[in-house]
Design a protein around this ligand. Structure first.
Ligand code: GLN
Length: 536
């Protein structure tokens, strides 16, 4: 049996309390103490993965090296821990049921009636222990999505109850994250919602070991004692989680509250090396004390929900700190852009980023924005669809290939400069069928991208169906848009640049997924640097 210890994080009272950030912050502290930690998210919805979800529903779809389309919390885990996650780190109800139903079809249940308990809960327990059974981790933190009391969370809570009992005391514990609201009219913090939420959890047979309480005001001892008494939790295990200026403050806040110590004590693990968070705090200090401010336009079609671009905005925070610059984002809806209003709407921007996306809505606005960046020599970064738009813009306005387009937007175009990938032609299912995950890319010497990475071969994550059409490579290159990154096996163009432009890069891959606090992404660092130079 593996020696891995398990920590479960549940949420109560409301959603959006930041379980992912608490889990990631605790993991960070445990990592600093010398433990190997992985974090897993269990999502109680029926989609197999969030890949088929509209970004308006759940924000960004994060992609792992091994090609899993996952919840955006996995991005936080990677950014905090600086270690990659994988397929095993995100499990949905859909995936659990799919596995159980597949087994049933194969006859693996030997004639038994297949039920939520034990079959679904067994599958959940297996998924929780997959990471632990690799023997790579001392501690696995499992975040249960949703709020206690939701019908769809019940099998997960039951699986936690069973597992906690099976693993035994000192091997597993439950952290329950709740809200302690402040009633302005009464001038008081209120504990009742937390009491109810803990009661709800206990009705399912799970007693929390630690309460982390989100609050706008400090919890005094009275409040802590009251919570302890009514929730069966030691007073030292009531952890205040006060609203922070940035999510990157939370590891320090949790360190001050001794969350890591409380947890290690309960798991009977040594707690000798006190976390110093040295490198982390160097980043934080730079992030909070910028010497300059720049403004970058983010052109996308889901801009109403900033979470749809989570990894991009976080990558700017990391790269901003390196450059000691505050990166302000001007959110620009691509549907609001026209050729006529682009100069006004993009005026004063120090850099322009055209975001990833799917489908035809708003693409003409993206093309107008690319043209503005190209003609006015403003630093430009196009990511995935943004790179494809840069190719289309150049084909239309420089090569004068009228109606040039991507097959995704116009399958009858005379000039399909962006084509459906060969292996996608047979694909009919939407879920999990894109070109996903990490692929190698060779960088050509004496190009901007080569200077940025200072490497000949890189590996970056992808999520797309369409690709640069090599039939146009010669024409595009001759006119000044050249390919500087190529997939060494397939010849697929992964990076394009422009001659006679200070900083113009389009990447078919998603550099934002690999930017972390301790390892900010070189493209974002250089893009911010170029935008800063452009602002001075
Ligand atoms: N829709 C484009 C494609 O599938 C771009 C995808 C993206 O931006 N992630 O190729």
């Amino acid at each position: 049996m593996s020696k891995t210890k398990y920590i479960f994080v549940t949420g109560g009272v409301t959603s959006s309390l930041g379980k992912g950030i608490i889990a990631a912050s605790l993991a960070k502290l445990l990592q600093e103490r010398g433990y190997t930690v992985s974090i897993q998210k269990l999502d109680p919805y029926i989609n197999i993965d969030p890949g088929t979800l509209n970004p308006y529903e759940h924000g960004e779809c994060f992609v792992t090296n091994d090609g899993a389309e996952t919840d955006l919390d996995l991005g936080h885990y990677e950014r905090f821990l600086n270690t990659p996650t994988s397929q095993a780190n995100n499990v949905t109800t859909g995936r659990i049921y799919q596995a159980v139903i597949n087994k049933e079809r194969k006859g693996e249940f030997l004639g038994k009636t297949v039920q939520v308990i034990p079959h679904i809960t067994d599958e959940i327990k297996n998924r929780i222990q997959i990471l632990g059974n690799t023997d790579k981790y001392d501690i696995v933190i499992t975040e249960i999505g949703g709020t206690v009391g939701d019908i769809e969370s019940l099998p997960y809570i039951e699986a936690v109850r069973q597992l906690k009992w099976e693993l035994g005391n000192n091997n597993a514990l439950v952290i329950h994250l709740t809200l302690v609201p402040y009633l302005a009219a009464a001038g008081e913090l209120k504990t009742k919602p937390t009491q109810h939420s803990v009661k709800m959890l206990m009705q399912s047979g799970v007693a929390p070991d630690v309460l982390v309480c989100r609050t706008e005001h400090h919890l005094n001892n009275n409040i802590k004692e009251k919570l302890a008494l009514f929730c069966n939790v030691q007073v030292t295990s009531i952890i205040e989680s006060i609203d922070a200026e940035t999510i990157y403050d939370v590891p320090n806040l949790m360190l001050n509250e001794k969350l890591d110590l409380v947890v290690l004590k309960k798991l009977q693990l040594a707690s000798d090396n006190k976390p110093t968070l040295t490198e982390w705090n160097i980043f934080l200090n730079k992030h909070k004390n910028p010497k300059h401010t720049i403004e970058i336009g983010l052109i996308g079609k889901y801009v109403e929900l900033h979470d749809a671009y989570k990894s991009i905005t976080e990558a700017f925070i990391h790269a901003g700190a390196v450059n000691e610059v505050k990166v302000k984002i001007r959110w620009i809806h691509s549907e609001s852009l026209t050729e006529a209003n682009v100069p006004k709407k993009l005026k004063g921007l120090n850099g322009i980023l055209v975001a990833p996306g799917f489908g035809g809505r708003g693409i003409e606005g993206k093309i107008d924005a690319v043209r503005f960046a190209r003609e006015n020599k403003i630093p430009f970064l196009g990511i995935c669809l943004g790179m494809q738009m840069a190719v289309i813009e150049f084909a239309r306005n420089v090569l004068h290939l009228e109606g040039a387009n991507s097959i995704e937007m116009d399958d009858k175009t005379k000039h399909p400069v962006i084509n459906l990938m060969e292996e996608q032609k047979e694909v009919t299912n939407k879920g999990g069928t894109m070109r996903l995950g990490a692929w190698n890319c060779s960088l050509k010497k004496n190009t901007k991208i080569h200077t940025i990475y200072n490497k000949d071969l890189i590996s970056e994550r992808h999520r797309h169906r369409y690709e640069y059409n090599n039939a146009y490579l010669k024409q595009l290159t001759a006119a000044g848009m050249f390919a500087s990154g190529i997939n060494p096996k397939t010849g697929l163009v992964e990076v394009i640049e422009l001659e006679n432009h200070p900083w113009f890069i389009g990447v078919q891959y998603h550099p934002e997924y690999k930017s972390t606090v301790l390892n900010p992404h070189p493209i974002f660092i250089d893009f911010v640097k170029a935008s800063l130079e452009n602002s001075l």
